[in-house]
Design a protein around this ligand. Structure first.
Ligand code: C2E
Ligand code: CA
Ligand code: CA
Ligand code: CA
Length: 273
């Protein structure tokens, strides 16, 4: 039994080492990825209760020359740990603003949501960068939605409120992503200049069959409505989920039922037709 335990530990250590090695390799490759055009912005549509497209969320994709498509769940944590997320995140914000400017020029009134990681948000010059991109692209900031997570909000709450308020003054809007999955306290919701709550797909997935998930989804919608916040559900895959969400007065829907993420330029061309 002792031998077995020792072997298990060895196996565990080897697996850990392989994982560290894998992360280092990914980090090395990620450094070149941007320069070599391997990163791409994809977009997934968001619809309103009537099923009309009202916007889209930008999602990053990495097409690795050898590994093929690497999922964000794999490379975003590496990008965050190494700091590469800063440049990558800036690039996504630029894509969002350029897209908004083009939609706007065609009088197409859509919103664009983009994910902002904690490290990016905390950059000393984040507000200045944001201002710079808005000015250089001419994008209407009222249609730009920055998605942030609950963990970001809770860390240094006062600092977060100050920074969000400055950004809000520029005209941009904030959405809380994966709402309900973090250490949320309803108390901070009223202190933050928020526009939207985004219900995590883990709750949407089993509604309306699972009574607990159904209750959670309805509670989030109710909180949002009482606080005058827009509320969007992600991960909507079935008609039954969509019908339930609309009946529960959810404002926006996003998920495979309405469209999978697709290359930004392809989507944009269709919106501009
Ligand atoms: P997220 O922000 O919660 O994005 C939603 C994820 O759900 C996306 O996964 C999307 O493709 C997926 N999804 C959409 N509809 C459905 C559906 O109907 N069913 C299911 N099962 N999944 C659906 P994706 O693109 O793999 O992204 C994973 C995560 O990576 C994102 O979660 C986000 O946290 C992060 N991420 C992606 N792009 C960026 C980025 O540019 N910056 C940052 N900081 N994070 C990003
Ligand atoms: Ca998101
Ligand atoms: Ca989510
Ligand atoms: Ca997420």
């Amino acid at each position: 039994a002792k031998d077995l335990g020792r072997n298990r530990i060895r196996f565990y250590e080897a697996a850990m080492q392989a994982d560290v090695q894998e992360r280092l390799t990914l980090e090395q490759d990620l450094k070149n990825a941007a320069a070599e055009g391997q990163l791409a912005a994809f977009v997934q549509p968001q619809v309103n209760a009537a099923g009309v497209v009202v916007g889209g969320e930008l999602l990053m994709r990495w097409n690795h020359p050898v590994r093929g498509s690497v999922p964000p769940a794999r490379f975003i944590p590496v990008a965050e740990a190494s700091g590469l997320i800063l440049r990558m995140g800036d690039w996504m914000i630029l894509q969002a603003c350029e897209t908004l400017a083009r939609l706007q020029a065609a009088q197409r009134d859509l919103s664009i949501s983009v994910n902002v990681s904690e490290r990016q948000f905390r950059q000393d010059d984040f507000v200045e960068r944001m201002r710079g991109v808005l000015v250089s692209t001419g994008a209407n900031p009222a249609h730009l939605i920055l998605e942030v997570t609950e963990s970001l909000l809770i860390e240094n709450l006062d600092d977060t409120i100050a920074r969000m308020t400055e950004l809000r003054r520029l005209g941009v809007r904030f959405s809380i992503d994966d709402f309900g999955t973090g250490y949320s306290s309803l108390a901070y919701l009223k202190r933050l200049p928020l526009y939207e709550l985004k219900i995590d797909k883990s709750f949407v997935q089993d509604a309306p069959h699972d009574p607990n998930d159904t209750a959670i989804v309805q509670s989030i919608i109710s909180v949002a409505r009482h606080l005058n916040l827009h509320v969007v559900a992600e991960g909507v895959e079935t008609r039954a989920q969509a019908d339930f969400l609309v009946a529960s007065q959810c404002n926006g829907l996003q998920g495979y039922l309405f469209g999978r993420p697709e290359p930004l330029q392809q989507w944009l061309a269709r919106q501009l037709q």
